[in-house]
Design a protein around this ligand. Structure first.
Ligand code: 5GP
Ligand code: ZN
Length: 112
């Protein structure tokens, strides 16, 4: 059993509003949205954060980033969006399974 919250979401052990998935990434709505549209995009494989990435992950990271504008478009973010990736305590990372935040669709609240 995975200990990591986002691995549990990936494995269906914790429910989430999943909006996109493919063989290497998953996108689901943030439980505490800071914008009218706020979702997270995670690699399926457990990677803690950017400190935990290797040169061999460059293809995976690139493909995930290339998916983000497609998912954002599906979510109606036609005028643009913000992408945030927190790493470590200094980046205010709370969940140690790497995730891109994608926000848009109106005002942002309490997003530091
Ligand atoms: P971080 O600070 O690690 O970059 O962001 C973690 C994000 O995960 C926060 O925006 C928080 O609201 C979200 N989050 C925490 N727990 C859950 C959960 O159980 N389900 C979902 N969908 N999002 C969560
Ligand atoms: Zn994980």
């Amino acid at each position: 059993m995975a200990e990591c919250l986002f691995c549990k979401i990936r494995d269906g052990e914790v429910s989430a509003d999943i909006i996109f998935e493919n063989d290497e990434c998953l996108a689901f709505r943030d439980i505490n949205p800071k914008a009218p549209v706020h979702f997270l995009v995670i690699p399926r494989r457990h990677i803690a954060n950017l400190w935990d990435t290797k040169t061999s992950d460059e293809g995976l990271l690139g493909r995930i980033q290339l998916m983000i504008p497609k998912i954002a478009k599906d979510q109606g973010l036609d005028s643009g969006f913000r992408t945030v990736l927190n790493t470590g305590p200094g980046g205010h990372q709370e969940v140690y399974h790497m995730h891109y935040h994608v926000l848009g669709g109106g005002p942002f609240t309490g997003f530091n």
